[in-house]
Design a protein around this ligand. Sequence first.
Ligand code: PBG
Ligand code: ZN
Length: 330
Amino acid sequence: MSAFPTRRLRRLRYNPTLRDMLAEVRVGVDDLVAPIFVKPGENVTHPIASMPGQLQFSPDTALAAAGRWAAKGIRAVLLFGVVERKDSTGSQAWADDAPVQTLTRLLKAELPELLVITDTCLCEYTDHGHCGLLVETSPGKVDVENDETLTLLGRAAVSQARAGADMVAPSAMMDGQVAAVRQALDTEGFSRTGILGYAVKFASGMYGPFREAAENPPQSGDRRSYQMDYRTAGQVLAEVQADIDEGADIIMVKPAATYLDVIAQVRRQFDAPLAAYHVSGEYAQIKAAAAAGWLDERTAAMEITTAIKRAGADIIITYFAEQIADWLGE
Ligand code: PBG
Ligand code: ZN
């Protein structure tokens, strides 16, 4: 046997052109969806402390931001509403003049090519902060009621579709939510409006910063009676199958970086288009470490976003969208 290794994998790595030629996965701006938090009012650009670089907007400033992003090649946004007027049913979710609906109309009028996806849930609009209606299940105990919530999610989706949303994204994790939203949309004549189903959404500690951004923390309890338990990978198949059977056009796994195994599993088992949501806490981790000088932000953000794509996601919802567009454009 020779004293030298005969298998030379490093010969594939010396030359940057060869490295690029051999790259199997590349993130492109076409893959990205940029989230937007929109409040009532005008001229609002309120920094979200736990998500450095992210802002709460009013419809006018959100439109301007989306225009800047579109000029950099970003082609899709996901809208979340932030409202002061909250009540027990979350009625601002289906108010035609609520911030999400107002911004949707503006975006479709001014940037008609931009794909507008609206989050369809109640937690941003309920005074108790849960994703559905609360009922008393035993004396002194409340929980989110499933089937009555479905009606309200349908109403919210119809209001968003009426404003011009290209896709709605039911995220409440109620059983049957995709079917209910599909039926409500079809009944009202919105058969062309698509559904991005949050098929696999885990009860996650990674949503912390989002709750500041969307001002929607549960006032009591947590979301574990409706979001998935991260110890139960066995329910992934059932959740995805249910969303597909109910008519979801695209399915989603969320969070993303913490669940690359789940993304890969869904990719292997289903043909449906797959989105993954790199969530607020996953973003904040990189931002905080970069701010401390502990890692290089660009390298880390590109690596994790590429990993999400390599795991099998077609679409990546990420707060890094604008920065990635800048980096790719350099
Ligand atoms: C709730 C919702 C959550 C996110 C989006 N919609 C999480 C939650 O409060 O349970 C989280 C997104 C993020 O963390 O970036 N329907
Ligand atoms: Zn919710």
